[in-house]
Design a protein around this ligand. Structure first.
Ligand code: SAH
Ligand code: SF4
Ligand code: F3S
Length: 466
């Protein structure tokens, strides 16, 4: 098999990329021009889209939620599983069609798929209607790409090794909760995962830059920050003056932000110091997303996860016994190559022991260029689907059981907005990240209120303000 060398692609530099920038003014962007921005994938992409939106608005574009009204369409893509690819190209079909009616429409693709060599080649050869492509390292080029667009497909996917951009402006989706990047990329190279290739090597932001950003969010009245990274507890390991995630967390806790969250934690990097810090500060929320991936030590080894079933359970128990009222959610993959029924039973065993508050479950999807893609994918789709269904059934039972614990209890909820399903109610999250639909007056939006829980379902709670 001829695999594109993703590791090499990661090293490509700006000099190797063709650039034809024409010096033109912003004038060609007519007043009232609109952008349509669609985001796939994880929180990292959601936050990147807040930067993209800001950059588009700095050029004078206004946001639209109707594709047909757009002058620029940007798709911020995810590459983590194959179905993400199909969804994006499905949507691009609509853009291609629209371009026939609106020849001046600019169609852009960015995010993790733009970092895949096979996708870029596919775009170059088969999708001439995609006008601009920029990678996860090139968001800052967006204005240039649009201003200088000259009816010629432009592809900008270079990376400057180790570069961290600061003073980025965001058009944040919320005035209550904010994402704050603490690091970019990932150095873990789990064998199934494409992220280290699409996002590059781990680059931590300096703690002073992070703390300054949080200080300004506090001044703007934000109630909650979520520290973002693919592996937040490896924070600082790449800095000259190494600082641990626990130390950073403590410094953030000493700012006056009412609620602090963080995603994602890797079990291998989870230290006792972290557990102590989370337990010590009331404004660090008792909620941890701790991906398990598999309950079988044999499969974990093939996945390159660096922990065994026993290690995971030990850590899980330590967290549960040290942090009051902590909720723990997880990610699980079924059908990794060579996963036997016995291996799958071990995953169920861990789920039954841990009784997670929630779990994101996935069927393994081979990603070209990752080591696992070279192992024969020897489990039928039918078998994978069977395992997924079985797993989901158990997972959902525990979600419900955990939620039912809160019936008649009074919990602190940060109210965010009218509930999309029932605009008569507001929604918000408890400290340990339970979604609650609350009967409350809209004047309470942005406030942390006491809510008595009146009903519990698998994925949400109902309650009223007391
Ligand atoms: N950095 C995070 C998550 C990254 S991707 C972490 O380490 O946990 C989010 C989730 O997607 C992963 O936790 C994993 O469960 C799933 N995932 C990643 N690659 C996958 C693949 N090739 N097939 C199926 N699921 C995958
Ligand atoms: Fe992927 Fe593993 Fe890094 Fe998570 S820690 S992003 S699963 S390589
Ligand atoms: Fe997807 Fe990229 Fe996030 S591959 S999961 S959008 S880092």
């Amino acid at each position: 098999m001829n695999l594109p060398n993703l590791k090499e692609a990661r090293k490509r530099t700006k000099q190797e990329v063709e650039h034809v920038y024409l010096k033109e003014s912003y004038d060609k962007i007519k007043q009232g021009s609109k952008y349509y921005l669609k985001t796939y994938g994880c929180q990292m992409n959601v936050h990147d889209s807040e930067e993209i939106a800001q950059r588009l608005e700095s050029l004078g574009y206004e946001k639209t939620d109707t594709l047909e009204h757009a002058d620029v369409v940007i798709l911020n893509t995810c590459a983590v599983r194959e179905n993400a690819h199909d969804k994006v190209f499905g949507f691009l079909g609509r853009c291609k069609h629209l371009k026939k009616e609106k020849p001046n429409l600019i169609v852009g693709l960015c995010g993790c798929m733009a970092q895949e060599e096979s996708v870029v080649n596919e775009i170059k050869t088969k999708h001439p209607y995609i006008d601009i492509v920029f990678g996860t390292h090139n968001i800052h080029e967006l204005q240039n790409l649009i201003i200088n667009y000259n009816n010629k497909q432009e592809i900008d996917v270079y990376s400057i090794e180790g570069k961290v951009y600061e003073n980025i402006a965001y058009k944040r989706d919320s005035k209550i909760k904010a994402w704050v990047n603490i690091m970019y990329g990932c150095d873990k190279f789990c064998t199934y995962c494409i992220v280290p290739y699409t996002r590059g090597k781990q680059r931590s932001r300096k703690s002073t830059d992070i703390l300054n950003e949080i200080k300004s969010l506090v001044e703007l009245g934000y109630q909650e920050v979520t520290l973002l990274g693919q592996n937040v507890n490896a924070y600082g390991k790449d800095l000259d003056q190494e600082i641990s995630f626990a130390t950073l967390l403590e410094k953030v806790a000493q700012s006056n932000i009412p609620r602090i969250r963080f995603v994602t934690s890797h079990p291998w990097d989870f230290t006792d110091e972290m557990i102590d810090t989370i337990a010590k500060y009331d404004n660090i929320m008792p909620y941890i997303h701790l991906p398990l991936q598999s309950g079988s030590t044999r499969i974990l080894k093939l996945m390159g996860r660096r922990y065994s079933q026993e290690d995971y359970l030990k850590l899980f128990n330590k967290i549960k016994s040290s942090i009051k009222n902590v909720a723990i959610t997880t990610d699980i993959i079924v059908g990794f190559p060579n996963e036997t029924d016995e291996d799958f039973q071990k995953t169920l065993e861990v789920v039954n022991t841990c009784q997670f508050d929630g779990a994101f479950t996935f069927i393994y999807s081979p990603r070209i260029g990752t080591p696992a893609a070279l192992i024969k994918d020897n489990i039928s789709l039918e078998e994978k689907e069977k395992r997924l269904q079985k797993l989901n059934k158990v997972v959902n039972e525990y979600s419900l059981k955990n939620n039912q614990k809160y019936l008649n209890q009074t919990l602190k909820v940060l109210l965010e907005a009218p509930s999309p399903k029932n605009p008569q109610k507001l929604f918000g999250y408890t400290e340990n990240m339970k979604l609650v639909n609350v009967t409350a007056d809209s004047s309470l939006i942005g406030k942390i209120v006491n809510v008595k829980i009146t009903d519990a379902k698998s994925f949400s709670l109902d309650g009223e303000v007391v």
